[in-house]
Design a protein around this ligand. Sequence first.
Ligand code: FES
Ligand SMILES: [Fe+2]
Length: 355
Amino acid sequence: MELTEDDVFAALRRTWQPVARALDLAPGSVIGATLLETELVVARFADGRLLAADVACPHKGARLSAGCIRDGELMCAYHGWRFNAAGACQSIPSLLEPNAEKLALSHLRTYAVQERYGFIWVKLAAAPLGDGRTHELPSVPEFEDAHWSYVLGPPTPFNSGWRREVENYLDMTHFAFAHAATLGKAADHRLPPMDIRATDDGGFQMDAPFPALASPHEQPGKLQSAHHRRQRGYLPNFTTIRQSFADGDERVLLHVPSPRTRTSCTVFWSLAISPDFRGPPATAQLEFAVRVLDEDRRMCESQLPAEVPINPGRSGWGVLVTPGDTLANLFQRQLRRWLRPAPAATAASPLILNT
Ligand code: FES
Ligand SMILES: [Fe+2]
């Protein structure tokens, strides 16, 4: 039986997805977010506790994201119903007699929420994944190492499916074209040798020299001249790039395209910079990365269909070429395995692609 987009969303509901930057949710503030077609209210109470819940107030459906924190409770803007950090209704101002039954009926539907890597993450469904494992956030030590500089990019909405963004992030053959104004003048569209392999955790990895160095056109600046690139994909949509420079400096970029709908996502991203980096300051690196990402956004939003088909043999699969699309092919294959784990004997078979 073919996979469907319902299968994809059902699995993604069991994973942690970013919905906001932590710095955009100060203590005592309330925001709205959309994750996997679910509209959420996300609140941080003065004592730091987080709440993520369905946005519609149980009374008459007003969006609780228009409410506020009042005396340690989330208050609906419409009729002032109040909820505590666990989502329990504490007060119905128009109800003269306290009524336990009405309060119990008015409990918010809440979701698991946590803060890590500077983002607020929500998991919509507690059930384990198809292979019985519970999804946890990958460990990326550079983002929790006080010696590294760590900057968060602005969350960037894409009017394209989340898999379009992942594939864009894996693709090195677009630099010379889509990034002509940033990376591309010094980039080479011919690919260096790549070592691409599946990883033990079901994800994938690529090691390659950065393709800019051989270009005769322009002397690349520091940010265009990384000499080694390691891409790492943790399913379903958590990706990192480690760039190593000849002088020993390193940068790690983290990208997570959080799906809002089937054809839109918000890219949450950040940059970790090694100590005493010999190059532009973090603010300039961030500004450069914003320009690069905007070039990527325009490419992703131009693609048809808006999301990469989940089944092989449909539009977007047949014309992928190697070596440029090898990593995208591996991502698709690993994602399908992740969505529908094979019996143990098959799943254990090695998958190593060297191009
Ligand atoms: S709709 Fe929220 S209190 Fe009435
Ligand atoms: Fe790009």
